[in-house]
Design a protein around this ligand. Structure first.
Ligand code: HEM
Length: 130
C-alpha cells in the first residue's frame, strides 16, 4: 500500500500548472534565448521544432507524461548537446533567460526558485568546453 502514496504525490508539473504553463514558459523562454548574444547564434532560425521538443522534454522532466521519450527515446541530453560549444557562461545565460521567463509567466516565486534549482544541475552538467 506504500505505493498508493507514491502515486498520489503531486509533481512539479502539476504544481506549476501543467501543459498550459509549460507551453507559456517555452514561449517566453526562446525569444530571450534567440536575442541573447551568447545563445542566439547556437540555435536555428526556425526555432519552432526546438520549442516543441523542449515543451515535451520539460513536461517529463517536471514529472508529467513522458512525451519526449515516447517520441525520441532516451533523452541523453548531455550527448545531444555535445555538438554545441557549451561554456559556463552559456549555462549561466541559459539559466538567466529561464529565470526571466519564469517571472514573465507569473509563476509563484517559490516555484520559480524550485524550477530553477532543478534546471541548474543539468545546465552545468551540459558544459562541455571552456
Ligand atoms: C546549458 C546551456 C544550454 C545551451 C547553450 C543549450 C543549447 C541547445 C542547443 C544549441 C540545442 C539544439 C538546437 C537545435 O536543434 O539545433 C539544444 C537543444 C535542446 N536543449 Fe538545450 N541548451 C542548454 C541547456 C539545456 C537544459 C538545461 C535543458 C533541459 C534540462 C535543455 C534541453 C534541450 C532540449 C530538450 C533540446 C532538444 C533536443 C533534441 O534535439 O531532441 N537544454 N539546446
Amino acid at each position: 500500500m506504500e505505493n498508493d502514496q507514491d502515486q498520489q504525490r503531486t509533481t512539479l508539473y502539476e504544481l506549476i500548472g501543467g501543459a498550459d504553463s509549460v507551453l507559456r514558459l517555452v514561449e517566453a523562454f526562446y525569444p530571450l534565448v534567440q536575442a541573447h548574444p551568447l545563445l542566439g547564434p547556437l540555435f536555428p532560425k526556425d526555432i519552432t521544432p526546438v520549442m516543441e521538443k523542449q515543451a515535451q522534454f520539460l513536461t517529463q522532466f517536471f514529472g508529467g507524461p513522458t512525451l519526449y521519450s515516447d517520441q525520441y527515446g532516451h533523452p541523453m541530453m548531455r550527448a545531444r548537446h555535445m555538438p554545441f560549444p557549451i561554456t559556463i557562461e552559456r549555462a549561466d545565460a541559459w539559466l538567466g533567460c529561464m529565470a526571466v521567463a519564469l517571472m514573465a509567466i507569473g509563476l509563484d516565486e517559490d516555484l520559480q526558485r524550485v524550477v530553477l534549482e532543478r534546471l541548474k544541475g543539468p545546465a552545468y552538467h551540459f558544459v562541455n568546453t571552456n
